[in-house]
Design a protein around this ligand. Structure first.
Ligand SMILES: Cc1cc2nc3c(=O)[nH]c(=O)nc-3n(C[C@H](O)[C@H](O)[C@H](O)COP(=O)(O)OP(=O)(O)OC[C@H]3O[C@@H](n4cnc5c(N)ncnc54)[C@H](O)[C@@H]3O)c2cc1C
Length: 418
């Protein structure tokens, strides 16, 4: 009789590892299987901001027109590479259908549940497990150089305040006086006091450490090839042989739609797309911003930790294209040069790109896999997987245990997309 694991989590990014930790804290046995190396996906080179302030989704009123205009500019913050790809166009069609005020607000409310829960839970995990990941409850600033963009940027603040986000609106001269890293000429800024920051690759490593210390195991270079239900749970086929488990959680990030057939969820192939983003990491320059900044005129995020300085962002829909595009990396530095006294650090440590797991409504997909009894999904975290990781882990642990979760799980239910 084959040995049976309790829960197998597929994918060792922030979402898979946070889920593993929450399950272990709940007294479950956990094995994580990872196709490549721990933290080798999107969780590696992202900007590491923890942002209850970012609840409003990408699918916003006016976004379709903006995206179409930007298709002509390969260095634009939001870029769809024109090409024949039936899945991409079907995904875009569903995304476009959400770009209205009602759906925008519904998605924002759903994401806010997970972001707020995660923000509080993350601080607790960091303290209890001693996660050495350069966490700082710094807050975050949106910085605007164009007055019209500053005006527009305030359009979502009423909703954010209603969702519990603490907001300060700061005029340009006052901001120039209080943030020594920015060049004079700021039109205005919005400060989100409850946001925070951490170094994401260290967070991943620390989650993996705690998972192992608490008795979990992590098998690297072990991709899931096929998932089937058997009488008492699931069988996960891998090149190193099958694994039998009571439950399986698929947390394969942007690769999740590639598993659609293997996990018998064909709808997933149409519900997600990889949203490519870039970052450049440097040794810190001598003058760094006091807290993370989003340079809103270019949608570029500036993060600094004691161990490094990072420019990141841009959203590109170009399929699973691994190439680092120089012009998109250059766009990051161009935005920083227009905004900061010291836009880059003295030495480049890494140029990176990664794929965000984008669901077509920009709301994570968390819950039981339709038509399965023992298989669960935790994916589709888009631009905020780090900031939603702890809450996702707890939500999965609650659902697998059959308990009423701490938050309403209905907006995340995979069945909404099937
Ligand atoms: C430029 C950029 C900036 C960002 N900034 C932020 C930010 O400031 N704050 C924030 O919260 N988020 C940010 N994000 C988003 C964030 O990085 C993602 O939402 C998050 O990392 C997703 O985590 P994940 O665990 O779902 O996916 P991943 O980290 O991609 O992990 C998925 C894992 O599954 C593995 N896998 C795939 N297929 C299989 C298989 N068949 N079997 C086993 N394993 C498999 C992969 O190898 C991978 O390791 C940013 C993203 C980018 C690109």
């Amino acid at each position: 009789m084959a040995q049976r694991d309790d829960v197998v989590v597929v994918g060792a990014g922030v979402v898979g590892l946070a889920t593993a930790l929450a399950l272990l804290e709940d007294g479950r046995g956990v094995r994580v299987i990872e196709a490549r190396r721990i933290g080798s996906g999107s969780s590696h080179g992202n900007c590491g901001t923890i942002t209850p302030s970012h609840a409003p989704p990408l699918a916003a009123p006016g976004r379709v027109g903006e995206a179409l205009r930007m298709m002509l500019r390969p260095d634009a913050p939001l870029y769809i590479r024109p090409r024949v790809d039936a899945r991409l166009w079907r995904w875009l069609w569903r995304f476009a259908g959400r770009c209205n005020r009602r759906d925008w607000e519904a998605s924002a409310r759903a994401k806010s549940l997970l972001l707020n829960d995660s923000r509080a839970r993350l601080a607790d995990w960091i303290a209890r497990h001693g996660l050495a990941c350069e966490f700082s409850p710094s807050g975050e600033d949106y910085v605007f150089r164009a007055p019209a963009a500053f005006e527009r940027g305030q359009g979502e603040l009423d909703l954010l305040r209603e969702l519990g986000v603490e907001v300060d609106v700061i005029d340009g001269p006052a901001y120039d006086a209080m943030e020594p890293a920015v060049l004079p000429g700021t039109a205005g800024a919005i400060r989100f006091r409850g946001d925070a920051v951490l170094r994401p690759d260290r967070y991943v490593d620390e989650l993996a450490r705690v998972v192992r210390e608490r008795g979990g195991s992590i098998d690297e270079d072990r991709p899931l090839q096929r998932l089937e239900e058997d009488g008492a749970g699931v069988v996960l086929q891998t090149p190193a042989g099958p694994l039998h488990a009571r439950e399986a959680v698929i947390a394969a990030g942007a690769w999740s739609p590639q598993l659609a057939r293997a996990i018998d969820a064909p709808w997933l192939a149409l519900a997600m797309q990889p949203g490519k983003g870039y970052s450049i990491t440097y040794d810190p320059p001598s003058r760094v911003p006091l807290r993370p900044l989003v340079l809103r005129d270019w949608s570029v995020c500036v993060t600094s930790w004691p161990s490094g300085f990072r420019l990141g962002s841009t959203m590109e829909f170009s399929g699973f294209d691994e190439r680092l595009q120089p012009r998109r990396l250059a766009a990051l530095e161009r935005a920083a040069r227009a905004s900061l006294h010291e836009p880059v650090g003295p030495r480049v440590r890494e140029r990176w790109c990664g794929w965000r797991p984008m669901s077509c409504d920009d709301v994570p997909i968390i819950g039981r896999l339709p038509a399965h009894r023992h298989a669960w999904l935790a994916t589709g975290h888009g631009m905020m997987g780090v900031g939603m990781s702890a809450g996702t882990g707890q939500l999965v642990a609650d659902l697998v245990a059959g308990r009423a979760p701490a938050m309403d799980a209905a907006p995340f239910d995979p069945a909404r997309l099937g």
